[in-house]
Ligand binder design. Structure first.
Ligand code: FES
Length: 104
């Protein structure tokens, strides 16, 4: 997606943790939210991909809109409200419908 470059981390934020998104390893920075981590790794849509369920990603980044829902270690949560932890397993709520990565 064209706007993927809008979500870069600050240069001083060195990734030091690893999480997985739908089984793929991603670098994460301690203290960032799951939503911020996914965006920094060019994951723009967290849910949906077909016409009846268009792709959705985080909108408010403050827990109000629920467009960032993901499974964190098997539990549905708002990605913008959960801080990354080492070896956290994050996936879309319906893994059959989603995976939009920039450049894919
Ligand atoms: S982005 Fe709105 S609730 Fe997470």
């Amino acid at each position: 997606m064209k706007n993927a470059l809008h979500f870069k981390r600050l240069s001083s934020d060195d990734p030091c943790l690893q999480i997985t998104w739908n089984g793929k390893p991603l670098d994460a920075v301690a203290g960032e939210t799951v939503a911020a981590c996914l965006l920094a790794n060019s994951v723009l849509a967290f849910q949906g991909e077909d016409l009846s369920d268009p792709p959705r990603g985080p909108f408010c980044m403050m827990g109000a809109c629920y467009t960032c829902r993901v499974l964190v270690n098997g539990v549905e949560q708002q990605a913008c409200m959960v801080e990354v932890k080492q070896d956290m397993h994050v996936s879309c709520v319906d893994p059959e419908k989603e995976i939009l990565h920039a450049g894919s």
